[in-house]
Design a binder for this molecule. Structure first.
Ligand SMILES: Cc1ncc(COP(=O)(O)O)c(C=O)c1O
Length: 408
């Protein structure tokens, strides 16, 4: 029998099976209320509208949208994206945009474009698990930077950069990766001051800033903070946007916006990744935008998620025990709440206790490049039905109360 182990590349050999995914299999039972997935609510998917638009696109553009398309993306979609971004203070032209098959594709292509094994990417603490995996595949050295309720701390970033430079390894420093809006996993939104601070540090030290913004338009309350792309004065930022959370993930339409030079490089890389994104999906999304569907449906998405967030937060206030050091975030949008347990408490042990009570979450250590944040976990409030959210949190409160008594 062929021994694949002998043939695998270093990358494939070093790719670790996600321990978290293995753990979550324990929770894969109908009786478990799961707050683990990062999924939008399928109840909100505008299935009939998408179906109508798909028929329209097929009737009008038939064979063309079923064919291969251009790697950089369909001009018709780009026009709509330019309008969409302009509403958010981002000015771009077609040459600044690369359509992606999911923003995850951008997270794979960026280290491919910039990272040699051992090069450094600075990340928030915590950061997105899918970015950790993508960066890991290219042998990236991820450096977690102190992050609090206002976002990544620019002073801590500057200090970390200084330490690498002092060791004569300044040329290893490549990227600052941020999810500034309703972060996955913490729900935190970076303040304008912090955004300006990090941009300033990145500009002075010649680092690329990756602004991963899948949740930016899922704001339920409060004032929008200007995007990193809009604030940038040094052409240091590449932003990744996606329709996965504001429309549906299944069309796999996302895009990157950046300098022409960088978009050009990424377009060349994309050609060998998937040749092009689906023209059919791109035209469906372009029609969705052109016919004003986004303005109609997005407020409904946000109203639903706001309602679910409120139910989860109210249930947490009611059912979580009063433990010293136990706290959680109160996000103004997005899909996630981040819970910090008292420092000596192990979220993995709590996970097993929670699964016994038929409720699940994702361990904080999944969101740290070297497995830190062991006393933290992420809750998703968008996927479960409202009555399941309340019941799930009451089970979680019970599990935590028992667990705290046992560990006292
Ligand atoms: C921060 C972040 N970036 C990127 C992605 C990937 O999204 P997409 O469906 O566009 O590939 C996700 C998905 O959950 C995410 O949370």
């Amino acid at each position: 029998m062929l021994d694949l182990e002998k043939l695998y590349s270093t990358t494939a050999r070093e790719t670790r099976k996600s321990a978290i995914r293995e753990l979550l299999k324990l929770a894969d039972k109908p009786e478990v209320i799961s707050f683990a997935g990062g999924w939008p609510s399928p109840d909100l998917f505008p299935v009939d509208t998408i179906s109508d638009l798909m028929v329209k696109v097929l009737k009008e553009r038939g064979r063309k949208v079923l064919h291969y398309s251009k790697a950089e993306g369909e001009a018709r979609l780009k026009e709509e994206l330019i309008h969409l971004m302009a509403k958010d203070g981002v000015s771009a032209e077609a040459e600044n945009i690369l359509v992606l098959t999911g923003s995850q594709q951008g997270l794979d292509m960026l280290p491919k474009a910039f990272v040699n094994r051992g090069d450094v990417v600075f990340v928030e603490t915590p950061t997105y698990v899918g970015a950790i995996q993508a960066f890991d595949n290219y042998g990236t050295h991820m450096v977690p930077i102190e992050t609090d309720g206002s976002g990544m701390n620019p002073v801590a970033l500057e200090k970390a950069i200084g330490e690498w430079k002092q060791r004569g390894q300044g040329d290893r420093l490549k990227i600052v990766y941020l999810i500034p809006d309703f972060q996955n996993p913490s729900g935190i939104t970076m303040t304008e001051k912090r955004r300006r601070g990090v941009l300033d540090v990145a500009a002075r030290h010649d680092l690329l800033v990756v602004d991963d913004a899948p949740y930016r338009d899922l704001r339920f309350e409060g004032k929008p903070v200007p995007s990193l792309y809009a604030l940038d004065q040094n052409q240091s930022v590449i932003s990744l946007y996606t329709f996965s959370k504001t429309l549906v993930p299944g069309l796999r339409v996302a895009w990157a916006v950046g300098t022409r030079q960088l978009i050009d490089k990424l377009t060349t890389l994309k050609q060998s990744v998937d040749l092009c994104s689906s023209a059919l999906s791109q035209h469906v999304v372009a029609e969705y935008l052109a016919t004003g569907c986004m303005e109609r449906y997005l407020p409904m998405f946000n109203a639903d998620y706001r309602h679910k967030r409120d139910i989860m937060l109210e249930a947490m206030d009611e059912f979580m025990p009063g433990l010293q050091g136990l706290e959680w975030t109160r996000p103004e949008g997005g899909l996630f709440i981040w819970v910090t347990l008292p420092e000596n408490m192990d979220a993995e042990k709590l996970f097993h206790a929670a699964v016994r009570e038929n409720v699940a979450f994702v361990l904080g250590s999944a969101f740290h490049p070297t497995g830190g944040l062991k006393n933290c976990f992420r809750l998703n409030f968008s996927f479960a039905a409202p009555e399941r959210i309340r019941e799930g949190i009451s089970r979680l409160g019970r599990a935590l109360t028992k667990f705290a008594q046992e560990s006292a």
